[in-house]
Design a protein around this ligand. Sequence first.
Ligand code: AKG
Ligand code: FE2
Length: 332
Amino acid sequence: MDLPTLDFSKYLLGTPREKQQLGEALIDSFVKHGFVKLINHGIPEDIVNRYQAATKELFALPLEQKQAFENEKGPKPQRGWSSKGAEVTAKLRKSNIPPGSTGDELKDEREFFDAGPPSDTQFPNKWPTSSLPTFQPTMEECYTCLQYTSLHILNAMERGLHLPANSLTHRCQPSASEIRLNHYPSVSITLLNAGKIKRTHPHTDFGIITLLFQDHVGGLELEDRSRPGTFAPVVPQAEGEPSALVVNISDTFERWSNGVVRAGVHRVDVPPGMKGLESGVCPPRHSSVFFFKATRETSVGPLPEFVTKERPAIFEEMTALEFQRRKTEVLY
Ligand SMILES: O=C(O)CCC(=O)C(=O)O
Ligand SMILES: [Fe+2]
């Protein structure tokens, strides 16, 4: 399976015709795979490098320092650090759970960190202020940049779907997007092959689209829609190559489009070079993610443009915040 790589500068800097072509190619890849890779994505390399470097620095802090900004579990947007096993991603998909099991034994071998909008007073962020004073300003800068790029991508999707300009982006302000940083510690292949513990079990994300930078280790895999239940690697960039932004469709867009553009199912497994080995140790891996979300009070029910007599609404109406609450509740 070949995941398309598109040159996003054709949208950002292109003629009206190039913008239209890029928008259509984007939707084509999303409909076929739920995923796309973008080069020349418009996020300065310096920001990408600092986003990834800050991710590593954060998880290298001693345990007691991370506990000082730990997420409080509950049906609400996550804020701060979550330890290994704090949430059970596997529970997001019924097909992950063996018959007769609650799914509680299906752990993810990762720790992560979440932050929402810089000015969020409803769900305030938790920062490693004393242990890493430069972290908060770096993340806030990355947040602004990633939100801006996400709005451009959604504008390109509007074109690709022949929807009026800003008909989707106006549902994203004020912002409720979230930064998610992941650290996968080194882990034995035997443990991962045994089946219960994975780096991340198969799931879809909750927002509109997800933007992701992975390091050079690799291991992110997307479901191959031509062979459901099988997965293909999203190969990382080689060291020294300019960054590629991985973008996937998430649950909110699947709901808005009434199932026309489905969310990309993905997981994190052993790195591509280690597939098929029976023993050995996977090196640590980091990823720096952005969940681009709808504004909290907007609906995540199907948009009128996607509901017809032949295709009645297949999802119920609810606010984006209620949807997030329901999804987060499942994780604990
Ligand atoms: O680390 C990755 O490549 C994927 C992470 C992921 O799927 C997530 O954080 O939702
Ligand atoms: Fe994900």
